[in-house]
Design a protein around this ligand. Sequence first.
Ligand SMILES: [Zn+2]
Length: 221
Amino acid sequence: MILHHPEDEFLLSLAAGRLPAGQSVVVAAHVESCAACGARLRTLQAVGGALLERADPHPLSPGLLAATLRRIADAPPERPRPMPLPAGAPAGTSLPPGVAWPTSLRGCQVSPWRWVGPGRRFSRVRLPHEPGASLFLLSISPGRSLPRHRHQELELTQVLCGAFADGRAVFGPGDFDAAGSDVHHEPLVQPGSDCVCLTWVEGRLGFDGRIAAAVAHWVGI
Ligand SMILES: [Zn+2]
């Protein structure tokens, strides 16, 4: 059962197409796995459409339609769509059996799993139109944790499988978390199965330990 959902501000921004690409991939990964947020998003999209329909019409300058059609005709051909996952995912980046790739990762490049400590693996996710976004997958074994850290700014996480607890709550499959700069935590994976999360970070993670900080610097988070 999904217990943790994105706030309406994320869903509203997603509906309006205003959410930065890295954040929208994580929020969309939640929405596609959560019937409640899927329904909420459709409602917000319908409200946005209704507001547009009721907006007062404004006169357009003469010749605008012709100029717009000309720009469309002159535009370069659309870039070919990247291969969808999982075809685009390297063989070394498999998810546990029965766990599906979020369709919001379609077109992203996913690097092979990289060992970043006992029971901990990391994979960089590159967005085609925002390659600098700090988006990654973390896979952590039961009983292991992501070392204690703070966030410079915001960290968004979608749990793809498994569960972790960090003193604030237990986050299980399908749960979403938005942790701000006030959160100082050490997510500990619960017994049972590996926990794989899709995470986007704004700014860098500040790890308490020197070894963890060095590993984070090495992988670039
Ligand atoms: Zn939800």
